[in-house]
Design a protein around this ligand. Structure first.
Ligand code: GLC
Length: 430
C-alpha cells in the first residue's frame, strides 16, 4: 500500500496529483537585476530604490506566452509574487500607492496574468511576502535594508507592527476576493528565532497568523496554505535542497513541495550564470515525486516582461521529457520498493516507473520484483524490455552472472535512449 501523507485542512487532492508547478518572482527588483534581495544586500534607501519604480515599463509583457511555455513544460499550477519583500505590489491594491498601476506602465499586471494562466487550465497561487521593506509601519529589524542606519532606526522607533498587520490582512482579503478562485496561498517567511540584540525577528504574533489563516480559509475554503506562518499549514516547503526522503512532521509523512530555482536566484539576476542543466532539473522533479513531493520550479522574468532565453531553453527541455514521460509523474507517488543505485521509483497503482539517472551496461537488477512484473517497456518509445529471474543457485561463470532470490533482471540496450532521464515502465501483476 503506497504511503499516504497526513490529511490537510485545505484540499490537496489535485496538488498531489499534478506534482509540478511554476514559481514566478517578478517585480521592480527585475530592473537592478541583481537578485530579489538587492534592497537588503545593498542596504538601499527608499529614495534610491525609487528609480526602479519610476522606470518599471515591461513593454514586452505577454502573460499568455508565459502560460504557454509553462504548459508546454508540463506544469499544472503556478504561484506568482503578488508582493515580495521590497513591498511593491503587482495589482491595483486600494491599500497602497506602491503598485504597478502607479508606475509608468500604469496597469495592473496580476489580473491579466491570472487570466492567461487560468485560460491554459492552470491552478492559481499567490506568493505574498509577510515582510515589507517599504511599509512605514513595518518595524526595522536585522533583515531590513536600513538595519545599519542607527540614526534612522532611532527616528523610526515608533513604527507599529499592529498597523502593518492590518495592512497585511487587508491586502490578503483583496487577493482572495478580487481574482476568483485561488488554489494556493504561499506566505513568506517567519523568522522569530532571529535575534540581533537591538531587534528581534518576526513571526506569528507579528503577523497575527491565526487570524490571517482564518481570513484565508473564510474567503477560499478549499485553498491550500504553505507552512511559513509559524502555525503549521497544508504543506511543507523545503527550499533549494532535495530532501533525503518523504518530509515528515512529528514522524508522520506530510504533503510537501520543494521550491527550486533555475540558477540560484528567484528574481531576475542578469550576471548569475549558475544555470542548472535540463537533465539535473528532470532528475530533481523525479527525485521529488519519488519521495512523495511536488516541485515548484522558478522563473524570474526580466524588466521587459520576458522569460530569458536560458529559462525558456530549460522549460522546453523539461517539456520534451514530460511529453513522453508525464505519466511517470502525474498521479504518481513514492513506492515501497527500493530502487537500484542511481535510480528512482515513482508509482501509480500497478504502474511502477524505474527512472535511471545513470545508464548501466546491459543489465539492471530490481530487488524484490522477481515475480511481481508481467511486462516491461521503455517509456520514451514503448519498446519491450526483456526481463528474467536468474536462478539464485547458478554460479557466476565466464558469461553468466549469478542470481539473487527475488530479483528481477532487466536486459537493456547498450545505447542510452535519447532522453534526459530514461524510464522503464513496469506493469505489476495485480
Ligand atoms: C526565500 C527567499 C525569498 C524567496 C523565497 C522563495 O524566502 O528569501 O526571496 O522568495 O525563499 O521560496
Amino acid at each position: 500500500m503506497p504511503k499516504l501523507p497526513e490529511p490537510s485542512i485545505g484540499d490537496t487532492s489535485w496538488f498531489v496529483h499534478d506534482r509540478f508547478g511554476l514559481f514566478i518572482h517578478w517585480g521592480i527588483y527585475a530592473l537592478p537585476a541583481r537578485h530579489e534581495w538587492v534592497k537588503h544586500r545593498e542596504r538601499i534607501h527608499d529614495e534610491d530604490y525609487q528609480k526602479y519604480f519610476d522606470h518599471f515599463y515591461p513593454d514586452l509583457y505577454d502573460p499568455t506566452v508565459w502560460a504557454r511555455e509553462a504548459k508546454n513544460a508540463g506544469m499544472k499550477y503556478f504561484v506568482v509574487t503578488s508582493k515580495h519583500h521590497d513591498g511593491f505590489c503587482l495589482w491595483d491594491s486600494a491599500l497602497t500607492d506602491y503598485k504597478a498601476t502607479n508606475t509608468p506602465w500604469g496597469k495592473d499586471v496580476l489580473t491579466p496574468m491570472v487570466e492567461a494562466f487560468r485560460a491554459e487550465g492552470f491552478k492559481v497561487g499567490f506568493y505574498h511576502s509577510l515582510i515589507d521593506w517599504h511599509h512605514p509601519e513595518f518595524p526595522i529589524d536585522g533583515l531590513h535594508p536600513l538595519r545599519d542606519d542607527v540614526a534612522l532606526r532611532e527616528a523610526q522607533k515608533h513604527r507599529d507592527i499592529r498597523k502593518y498587520a492590518e495592512y497585511l490582512h487587508g491586502q490578503t482579503r483583496e487577493l482572495l476576493t478580487q481574482f476568483g478562485r485561488i488554489d494556493i496561498m504561499w506566505f513568506d517567511f517567519s523568522y522569530s528565532e532571529r535575534d540581533w540584540g537591538w531587534s528581534k525577528g518576526k513571526g506569528k504574533d507579528d503577523w497575527r497568523s491565526e487570524e490571517l489563516m482564518a481570513i484565508v480559509r473564510e474567503f477560499q475554503p478549499g485553498i491550500i496554505v504553505n507552512d511559513r506562518l509559524e502555525i503549521g499549514g497544508d504543506f511543507k516547503t523545503p527550499e533549494q535542497y532535495q530532501p533525503r526522503g518523504w518530509m515528515e512532521v512529528n514522524g508522520k509523512p506530510v504533503v510537501w513541495e520543494a521550491c527550486q530555482t533555475l540558477n540560484g536566484s528567484w528574481g531576475y539576476d542578469r550576471d548569475n550564470l549558475d544555470w542548472k542543466p535540463v537533465e539535473m532539473l528532470v532528475q530533481m522533479l523525479v527525485d521529488t515525486v519519488s519521495k512523495g513531493g511536488n516541485l515548484l520550479l522558478n522563473v524570474g522574468p526580466n524588466a521587459r516582461g520576458e522569460f530569458e532565453p536560458k529559462a525558456i531553453e530549460r522549460l522546453r527541455g523539461i517539456g520534451e521529457w514530460m511529453r513522453l514521460h508525464g505519466r511517470s509523474i502525474y498521479g504518481c507517488t513514492a513506492s515501497d520498493f527500493t530502487p537500484p543505485p542511481d535510480c528512482r521509483y515513482t508509482q501509480n497503482g500497478n504502474r511502477l516507473y524505474l527512472h535511471l539517472f545513470s545508464w548501466p551496461f546491459r543489465h539492471v537488477h530490481l530487488d524484490g520484483l522477481g515475480d511481481r512484473v508481467e511486462y516491461a517497456q521503455l517509456l520514451n518509445d514503448g519498446s519491450e524490455i526483456k526481463m528474467r529471474v536468474i536462478d539464485p543457485n547458478q554460479e557466476a561463470n565466464l558469461i553468466f552472472m549469478s542470481g539473487t532470490p527475488g530479483t528481477l533482471t532487466l536486459e537493456l540496450p547498450v545505447q542510452k535512449p535519447p532522453v534526459a532521464v530514461p524510464v522503464i515502465e513496469l506493469f505489476l501483476k495485480e
